[in-house]
Design a protein around this ligand. Structure first.
Ligand code: KG4
Ligand code: ZN
Length: 358
């Protein structure tokens, strides 16, 4: 399955392309992909667990782990079949080993180690956040550097100074909740379906973003860190009263009131993300801005960042991950794996999953 987004990059086919099998199990998606030469997508298979976690309003680690065990083999087998490659055509196996839920990461890492041993292929360890960043540059041939990369996902909100795929330098990150986590928790408060990001975005379309003035936490004039727990609490207080002893008003709210809260919350989160990215761009003199991670699927964020880049002096180029590669996938893992393969940055069979990793 060749992605149309990347057809332009096929152009001149080299005699022997480098095929990387990517494996991703850091959270609630079991994914595998085969990518040639870093950007020719031969297959991308994703088994989403959204339905399993929906009724809990968030991810339950034990359920995620069990679902990965069930799906990992069929997902990898399908990725290889759809790519129409044999094991001999695979040059290396890249796997996300950090950051994420260790009980989930361990399934992908174990599968990758097993295949590496059986097929005698190099193993490549991938940082899941750096891989998200790769989704934004997947099809770009003329990337002007330095770039500022904003990665906004369910577990992380991070700004990077990006000068090469191998060594993005962290400029700032969340000190409490991630942006996606705030979307999920606020959706929960508003009784909107999980995952919260798309539900809030949909509800916000009919709402007034200026209806409620939720706080925008900037953490000081120079800070590139983020904090989203305050705004989540502000929404909770708005719905339940300051002392949390009042009745929960959500059930008696009209659809318009819910839409106004969703729109005002979304506007506040996007304001903070834009302002901090603008600061980072000024700080490093960036020529390009990269956007990736699950929350990058949000149209408000994409449009506002586009405006920020167009109105900056001088204007910046914005590269946003295609929507299907914003949320977790293995294409981004295989793509970054290609760069690590070229740099001969291999792992060995002692590779372990790690919950943290910036
Ligand atoms: O990157 P991702 O798939 O998983 C992690 O690495 O965490 O991101 C998932 C997050 C969830 O919090 C989800 O609510 C959020 O991305 N998300 C969105 C949208 N689509 C997904 N947030 C805001 N607007 C969206 N359209
Ligand atoms: Zn992710």
């Amino acid at each position: 399955m060749t992605d149309p987004v990347c057809l332009a990059n096929i152009g001149f086919m080299k005699s022997k392309s480098i095929n990387i099998l990517g494996i991703e199990t850091s959270c609630d998606e079991t994914a595998a992909a085969v990518v040639a030469d870093g950007n020719i997508i031969k297959s991308s298979i994703i088994a989403s667990q959204t339905k399993l976690h929906e009724k809990y309003g968030g991810i339950v680690p034990e359920i995620a782990s069990r679902a990965h065990i069930e799906k990992i083999y069929p997902v990898i087998a399908e990725a290889i079949e759809r790519a129409e490659v044999g094991e001999d055509d695979i040059d290396a196996i890249a796997v996300a080993n950090q950051p994420g839920l260790t009980v989930a990461l361990v399934i992908g890492v174990t599968a990758a180690k097993t295949l590496s041993l059986m097929w005698e292929k190099p193993l490549i360890a991938i940082n899941h956040l750096h891989a998200h960043l790769q989704s934004a540059v997947l099809c770009e041939k003329d990337l002007e550097l330095p770039a500022v990369a904003l990665i906004v996902s369910g577990g992380h909100t991070s700004l990077y100074d990006y000068r090469s795929p191998l060594e993005p330098k962290l400029l700032g990150s969340t000190i409490d909740d991630a942006a996606g986590e705030a979307f999920d928790k606020v959706a929960n408060i508003l009784r909107l379906p999980y995952p919260g990001g798309p539900s809030i975005e949909e509800a916000a379309e009919k709402g007034n973003p200026e209806a409620i003035e939720f706080p925008r936490s900037m953490l000081g004039a120079d800070s590139l860190d983020f904090s989203f727990s305050g705004i989540k609490t502000a929404v909770l207080y708005y719905c339940r009263g300051q002392d949390m002893k009042g009745e929960d008003k959500v059930d008696s709210m009209s659809e318009q009131e819910i839409a106004d809260i969703a729109a005002s919350f979304q506007a506040a989160v996007v304001d903070v993300l834009i302002k901090k990215t603008e600061r980072a761009v000024e700080r490093i003199g960036a020529k390009t801005v990269l956007l990736g991670g699950g929350v990058a699927a949000n149209n408000q964020l994409r449009n506002r960042l586009q405006t920020m880049c167009e109105t900056a002096v001088p204007a910046k180029k914005l590269l946003v991950a295609p929507k299907q590669y914003c949320t977790d996938n293995a294409v981004m893992v295989a793509s970054l794996g290609y760069h690590k393969f070229k740099a001969k940055l291999f792992a060995d069979l002692t590779l372990e999953p790690k919950a943290c990793g910036l």
